[in-house]
Design a protein around this ligand. Structure first.
Ligand SMILES: CC(=O)N[C@@H]([C@@H](O)[C@H](O)[C@H](O)CO)[C@@H](O)CC(=O)C(=O)O
Length: 275
């Protein structure tokens, strides 16, 4: 949730971009919207959609505190860490050693590994990573798995479902992940298709696969349409803005705001979605 820092836009080489600052004032309203309108049960603050990596440590702390305050929580129920992505770990042991250092900074809080190889480029299999991890990281609690390798995910479920929380993060594949045993989901589309996804979870729990598929196809229909227009975090923010009515603001560089053309087309598609 960002907003322009200065009223006057700065002109850069080929496009007009703005410096932006975080906008804490809309978080209370946003929490209400997610809970009441989308049926969201938990929030993953400072992740990909929240542009956590484009923020300073101070900004991330401010945001986490504001979310916790409005969600009436006394603190975080967990923290997550991604793999380092410039100098990358090349094997499981170095990745575990890195995560152990991060987790040890908050020894009283459950720790999750945020596996997102499309963005980090770190493709170490989670199945392998989880083997023996609890001995190395006593607070280890689970994984947010944002990848399409469902064999790796299924192996995590098969070997570790009793011990760890396995959250799936590719929204358009969630039904497949549920079929292999996902514990839950974290994703950007639940900001605006949360209600439909909850209905999919319910249908799946009742073993009504045909109905669950219809909800999954709904998410798929929207995403496959916007993917063709160019879709990422900036466009997600625009979709969140027009569905919730809450201004999510522009993204921070190097991302650029969604175009008016994208917004118009995405809005029309969203309105036309039928179950
Ligand atoms: C790469 C990416 O942004 N992945 C999204 C998905 O929700 C993704 O937007 C969606 O499946 C559409 O592809 C999430 O996994 C990210 C997420 O949950 C987060 O904000 O941390």
């Amino acid at each position: 949730i960002l907003r322009p820092k200065y009223p006057v836009q700065k002109l850069y080489a080929f496009s007009t971009i703005q410096e932006v600052e975080i906008n804490l004032t809309v978080i209370g309203q946003y929490v209400d919207y997610l809970v009441k309108e989308q049926g969201v049960k938990n929030v993953f603050v400072n992740g990909t959609t929240g542009e956590g990596l484009a923020l300073s440590t101070q900004e991330r702390k401010q945001l986490a505190e504001e979310w916790a305050k409005h969600a009436a929580a006394i603190g975080a129920s967990g923290i997550a860490g991604i793999a380092p992505f410039f100098f990358k770990p090349t094997n499981k042991d170095t990745l575990v050693a890195f995560l152990r250092e991060v987790a040890s900074e908050a020894p009283g809080i459950p720790f999750y590994y945020y596996h997102i190889p499309p963005l980090t480029g770190v493709k170490i299999r989670v199945e392998e990573l989880l083997d023996g991890i609890k001995e190395q990281i006593p607070t280890f609690q689970g994984v947010k798995f944002s990848d399409t390798d469902l064999l790796d995910f299924a192996q995590c479920v098969k070997n570790h479902k009793e011990q760890f929380v396995l959250l799936y993060g590719v929204d358009e594949h969630l039904l497949s992940a549920l079929a292999v045993g996902a514990t839950g989901a974290v994703g950007s589309t639940y900001n605006y298709l949360g209600k439909k996804n909850n209905l999919m979870l319910e249908a799946f729990a009742k073993q009504d696969l045909a109905l669950a598929q219809r909800y999954q196809f709904c998410t798929g229909e929207f995403l496959s349409f916007v993917f063709k227009l160019g879709f990422g975090v900036a466009q997600t923010k625009a979709v969140m803005t027009f569905t919730s009515g809450i201004p999510m603001g522009p993204p921070r560089l190097p991302l650029l705001s969604a175009s008016v053309d994208f917004i118009e087309k995405a809005k029309a598609k969203m309105t036309s979605l039928i179950l």
